[in-house]
Design a protein around this ligand. Structure first.
Ligand SMILES: [Fe+2]
Length: 435
């Protein structure tokens, strides 16, 4: 993404959920904050300081910026006389909130050697101490302030996924091809059943978030959409299938590509997904667990919208719209290969006889053919947090379903992720649809 990766999404100022017991919100705060630092365990200060490209941020920056969010949007407002950890951090770790004030340039986040990682961990402790004091009496907080805290936790979960995407890109640029961690789950089978088609009758469907639980504002309001009859693929497109596309000259056939996509293929000299490397007749791929042979049964990952669209055309299919995807996912449990499983990669499909599409949640974010646009009746919130989502609703496509790096408590069927069509470094893949 350009801006949106660090952008992430925001919801309404009104708290949609039932008032939480004080201990519940406090415990959730601690759990989410701990999950961020847990992701950085085992990394050196140097690992956490570097920035491999303008779209990716240093781990240290993610750890600081998520703290900045609580400091700026919660503590400054809710704690009279709040003492900032460092007065210059307000600018240094502001991502894109123009309303808040000056921002350090995005492309220069990797040049900030000081504050060091230890300083940033102290910053986190400072913010956590103030937040825990505040959360001792949740009932004294306004509904709007409780909503901002909930937003801050969901914001931090988004950055947890970005920590893994950005770290993977950083390590991929290191000639030593270091491994982040050994994966805790591995499916080594090399084959999966052919894609089956699940038919949906179409008609009127309710789209968007409709319950009292948390949602970002871009999932609102809930509204009706009419769908024609359609079918969804029973599983994600695999590495093996995508390799067949490559071997069939997929990257050399202009007729398969959107015009902008064909231009990107020429300009970027794309010949395969990001992180694929050809070794004589074989393809290797760089993963969070190091470099290895591609597993043809695993879902293909790190493809742009352009590549996903071209693959679908080659396969005689198309990408689903975000509404087709949501209508099919709404009745399914939001479970799958998510970050808690520790797989650190998309996994080959497990259930071969299911009566509904598999891998809808987790594994890889699924490109849809839907432009990222406001739902009917969408309004941005007043103030700085109104910048969270709405201003990025141009020149991007919606992705659905989460990835192996998404926290379980963070994903749902109405969740809308979004990236520009050329983006590849997020954990993004392909599900086919057809009329
Ligand atoms: Fe952010």
């Amino acid at each position: 993404m350009t801006a949106q990766v660090t952008s992430l999404k925001y919801r309404n100022t009104t708290l949609h959920q039932d008032a939480q017991p004080a201990a519940a919100l406090s415990n959730r705060y601690l759990a989410v904050r701990h999950a961020s630092t847990a992701l950085s365990e085992g990394l050196s200060a140097e690992d956490c300081a570097l920035q491999s490209m303008p779209d990716a941020s240093p781990i240290k920056w993610h750890l600081a910026h998520t703290s900045w969010f609580f400091e700026t949007f919660v503590l400054e407002q809710a704690v009279p006389g709040y003492r900032h950890f460092h007065p210059q951090y307000r600018v240094l770790f502001n991502s894109y909130y123009v309303t808040v004030g000056e921002r350090h340039p995005r492309a220069e986040r990797g040049l900030v050697s000081r504050p060091g990682l230890d300083d940033i961990l102290c910053y986190r402790e400072h913010v956590d101490g103030a937040m825990q004091a505040l959360l001792r009496d949740v009932d004294a907080l306004s509904q709007a302030m409780q909503a901002l805290i909930e937003l801050g936790l969901n914001h931090e979960q988004q950055h947890q996924e970005l920590m893994l995407t950005d770290l993977k890109h950083l390590f991929s640029r290191n000639p030593l091809q270091p491994a982040y961690r050994e994966a805790s789950a591995r499916v080594t089978g090399a084959s999966v059943p052919a894609i089956q088609w699940h038919d949906y009758a179409g008609g009127q469907h309710r789209i968007g978030h409709a319950s009292d639980s948390f949602a970002f504002d871009n999932e609102l309001p809930s509204h009706r959409v009419f769908l024609e009859r359609y079918a969804l693929g029973s599983r994600l497109v695999t590495n093996g299938e995508y390799r067949s596309f490559i071997e069939d000259g997929g990257y050399m056939r202009a007729d398969l590509w959107l015009s902008d996509g064909w231009d990107a293929v020429q300009a970027q000299r794309w010949q395969a997904p990001l992180y694929w490397q050809q070794q004589s007749q074989n393809w290797q791929v760089f993963t969070l667990s190091g470099t290895e042979e591609i597993n043809p049964a695993e879902p293909v990952c790190h493809v742009s919208y352009y590549e996903s669209d071209a693959y679908a055309r080659w396969a005689g299919a198309r990408l689903p719209t975000e509404f087709e995807w949501e209508a099919a996912a709404a009745s399914l449990p939001a479970e799958g290969n998510l970050v808690e499983r520790g797989a650190l990669r998309p996994l080959a499909v497990a259930d071969r006889q299911a009566d509904h599409p598999q891998q809808m949640f987790g594994d890889v974010w699924e490109w849809t053919s839907s432009s990222y646009a406001p739902y009917p009746g969408y309004r941005t919130a007043p103030g700085a947090v109104g910048e969270y989502n709405g201003k990025f609703m141009v020149n991007q496509y919606v992705l659905r379903g989460g990835s192996f790096a998404t926290p379980q408590s963070h994903i749902r069927s109405s969740y809308r992720n979004f990236f520009p069509a050329p983006a590849r470094w997020q954990f993004m893949g392909i599900r086919l649809a057809r009329d």
